[in-house]
Write a protein that binds this ligand. Structure first.
Ligand code: GAP
Length: 420
């Protein structure tokens, strides 16, 4: 993890939040490559969940809502973790994550008490008039409170889903394991509304469970590092009838990065929302939810891709997730004819693919630098290019090079990306 987090910082994936002021525990900033990785994850998710399906639409709801939403949803009452405090050093810990004594000083711990994870904010322009609200603890509730709006404005029929990606905030007792447990993070969620029926619920649950697992495998997560884990009754969230996690075998142990939940009618009923079916019957739909963390997915895709070989470090990200798809190099930086040709190719390709340009140092070092950040292909313009308009394309994973006509590069990359 130390190697990965230092690579992530050095190469511009992830930086500690507010670093020049000493940081702020549980907050992280994404740099030029990190934002590309996250955007690619979100784009692939949106394609798979919204664009490739007939009955799923998107939404983007507010982060701050009327606090009544969180009372109705049960979060004000039940969105808690058990907290213990050391009687000696007063450090606080999540009770379910530690042994009997304070991990910092060995002191005696208090009895566990419930600690609410919602982050409070105050809205208003005068001290007296300021009202307490919450940053959303899950992005989900914004979808539920708009259930009727979506039905009325789009005429969808059950079963249908609403997909959303956005920031959530939790005042976690202990943030840690790099970005794994943060206080600000992003979620990608589907709320899928069905008729209230046990058979329908278990079929739909199985479908989404498998669909979500397949998505991670298709994007290159190693199968043997993934597993499902069913929640025991005493660990289920207050809204869940059934819950499975998708877990990754991280360096810090098996860890959840997506939850599949059967929320039944818990939420719509609490918000007093019903659905009128075509046959005239009225009922409260049930909800099957898939809830993944964008930051945890990014972290696990990086861990999964981080490969040490004898002479290099390679980030073997799926090309669809890689920040840069292609890097373009002139063989030498002091030859205007090579630079001009390479720049033409670079400008041409970057209309379609996010491309890197590098003319520093020798070619070996440039390959090394691109391998480390996961760029799948490097194009080099050399003296042969000036004669016959062919270039070398070097593959990140095999390190093999092939010569192809410059005019065929677009088709070449298109084919490689479509094959994915
Ligand atoms: N709407 C359901 C829900 O929020 P959850 O299991 O509490 O369910 C879903 O969270 C996902 O959100 C988790 O699997 C994880 O990927 C991400 N997540 C939750 N808490 C997080 C945290 N403190 N830091 C980073 N990601 C988090």
């Amino acid at each position: 993890m130390d190697e990965l987090s230092s690579l992530a910082k050095r190469r511009g994936f992830i930086y500690p939040g507010s670093e020049i002021y000493g940081g702020l525990a549980g907050f992280w900033d994404y740099g030029p490559l990190g934002v590309e990785l996250k955007n690619n994850i979100k784009r692939e998710w949106w394609k798979s969940m919204v664009y490739n399906r007939d009955n799923i639409m998107g939404a983007d709801t507010a982060i701050i809502m009327n606090p009544k939403v969180w009372e109705a949803s049960g979060h004000v009452e039940a969105f808690t973790d058990p907290l213990v405090e050391c009687k000696t050093c007063h450090h606080r810990f999540r009770a379910d994550k530690i042994e009997q004594h304070c991990p910092d000083c060995g002191g005696e711990l208090t009895e566990p008490r419930k600690f609410n994870l919602l982050t409070e904010v105050y809205i208003g322009t005068t001290e007296e008039g300021k009202k307490k609200a919450y940053l959303r603890g899950e992005i989900t509730q914004g979808v539920f409170v708009n259930f009727r709006n979506v039905v009325d404005s789009s005429r969808v029929k059950i079963p249908f889903g609403i997909a959303q990606i956005g920031k959530a905030f939790r005042n976690e007792i202990t943030a840690g394991n790099f970005t794994f447990r943060s206080r600000e993070f992003e979620q990608m969620e589907l709320e899928y509304f069905i008729k209230p029926n046990d058979d329908e619920a278990s079929k739909t649950f199985e479908f989404w469970k498998q669909t979500r697992m397949n998505w991670y495998e298709d994007l290159g997560m190693q199968q043997q590092k993934l597993r499902f884990r069913r929640h025991e009754d005493n660990e289920k969230a207050h809204y869940a009838r059934e819950a499975f996690d998708i877990e990754y075998n991280a360096p810090f142990g098996w860890s959840e990065f997506e939850g599949i939940h059967n929320r039944g009618d818990f939420d719509l009923k609490n918000h007093n929302l019903k659905y009128k079916d075509e046959d005239g019957s009225e009922y409260t739909p049930w909800v099957i939810e898939t809830s993944g963390g964008v930051d945890r997915a990014a972290l696990f895709f990086l861990i999964n891709a981080h490969t040490k070989e004898s002479k290099r470090i390679v980030m073997k990200l799926d090309p669809r997730l890689a920040p840069y798809k292609v890097a373009v190099f002139p063989l030498l930086r002091n030859r205007p004819d090579l630079i001009k040709k390479a720049k033409d190719i670079y400008q041409n390709l970057r209309n379609k693919y996010y491309c890197a340009w590098d003319d520093r140092g020798n070619i070996g070092k440039r390959y090394y630098a691109q391998d480390e950040i996961g760029t799948p292909w490097c194009v080099t313009v050399d003296f042969v290019t000036l004669k016959d308009d062919t270039v070398t394309v070097r593959d990140r994973d095999t390190t093999r090079q092939e010569r192809i006509p410059a005019t065929k590069l677009d088709g070449f990359f298109q084919e490689k990306l479509n094959a994915k």
